[in-house]
Design a protein around this ligand. Structure first.
Ligand SMILES: [Zn+2]
Length: 362
């Protein structure tokens, strides 16, 4: 089969497991909210210039520098209305890009500067997703959104945040994550939070193996109960080659492959943070060829100036991927979601597979 056209990629059903609410806002919304709230720290109030500023700031080949750009998106989302507008627009934008299921994450502890409680922050975001899902449906785009609650790995509130996630599990929160600077902040610092989640039979994904290597992945899986790996791209450090160029997997890579541990891969973001050299050399190609449970994700649509269709388009062009590859990655993602099993099956059998079958028949 051929490389799909941009139009086909856009219309293809897509599933997104790794996307940050504060990394995916519309530039104009950042400007509007700043004006409403008297936030004066934005570098510019022109939306095209602001979009460029975010991308330039993020694309400095370093995770810590990349994360600096979030000060403004977080700065303007300290109110109920700001949070719920950001969430509603997120659902609408993803649905318009052909995403049929998304899990969006955010760190409630970053949104309490103006006095919102952690519960109010979560409720505002969940309300936003409900509104956005409804608006998207009215525009003819059906999307299901699950919410992931993130604790900052550089802070000491993870147990409190884990409890917060569990409290809202029946209202749309589907799991717990830790994010932020990785080097010096191993997942085991937050062991009590992960153990609480496990005792509650709830779900865990952990940013691991992005800016830091195999020990981070090992701790996430074997100490902290991670069901999925955020990025996980450094698992390639556990793959060597024999004299004929045949890959040899170490124990950890073998475990990740055999246990079908989902890798939430974000190629463009990895190029921005320096976790990968380029899209063309990104390990997603090797890991897909070795049949790891690879999924395709955007991470931060604003900072990386990328949407799901863009992300797929880049990889399809770089690796000659066709609709079969896209469907494989999409079904992988749907299987790996924290949504209930029957509903996952329903989306795979009644939305994703028929969607690709129709495109392939064109
Ligand atoms: Zn991330």
């Amino acid at each position: 089969m051929e490389i799909p056209t941009r139009d086909q990629i856009q219309r293809a059903p897509k599933v997104l497991l790794h996307d940050h609410l504060d990394g995916g806002m519309r530039p104009q919304t950042v400007i509007d909210l700043a004006a409403e709230q008297g936030y004066v720290d934005l570098p510019t109030t022109d939306s095209a210039d602001l979009a460029k500023w975010f991308t330039r700031g993020a694309d400095r080949r370093n995770l810590v520098l990349y994360l600096e750009t979030f000060a403004h998106t977080v700065g303007v989302t300290q109110t109920k209305d700001g949070l719920s507008r950001a969430a509603a627009e997120c659902a609408e934008d993803l649905a318009a890009d052909g995403v049929v299921y998304a899990e969006i994450r955010f760190a409630p502890e970053l949104h309490t500067d103006q006095g919102l409680s952690l519960d109010e922050v979560v409720e505002s975001v969940l309300e936003g997703f409900r509104i956005g899902t409804k608006n998207a449906a009215a525009a003819g785009n059906t999307i299901v959104v699950g919410t992931l609650v993130t604790a900052m790995r550089t802070a000491a509130r993870s147990l409190e945040i884990a409890k917060l996630a569990v409290r809202h599990r029946d209202a749309g929160v589907v799991g717990f994550d830790i994010a932020g600077a990785e080097a010096g902040f191993p997942p085991t610092i937050h062991l009590d939070a992960f153990q609480l989640i496990m005792r509650e039979n709830f779900h865990i994904t952990i940013h691991a193996g992005e800016a830091f290597g195999l020990p981070s992945i090992h701790e996430a899986l074997q100490y902290c109960g991670a069901e999925r790996l955020g990025h996980g791209v450094r698992i390639v450090d556990d793959i060597t080659y024999d004299g004929d160029g045949k890959p040899i997997l170490g124990q950890l890579a073998t475990y990740v492959l055999d246990r079908r541990i989902p890798l939430e891969m974000c190629p463009t973001s990895n190029v921005n943070t320096g976790a990968a050299e380029s899209i063309e050399t990104h390990p997603i190609k090797l890991l897909r060829d070795l049949r790891f449970r690879v999924t395709m994700n955007t991470d931060n649509r604003l900072m990386s100036d990328v949407g799901m269709s863009d992300e797929f388009e880049k990889s399809c062009n770089a690796f000659n991927w066709d609709l079969t590859d896209m469907q494989w990655l999409t079904v992988n993602a749907m299987k790996s979601s924290f949504w209930p099993f029957q509903d996952r099956l329903d989306l795979i059998n009644n939305v994703i597979k028929p969607g690709y079958a129709a495109l392939m028949a064109e």
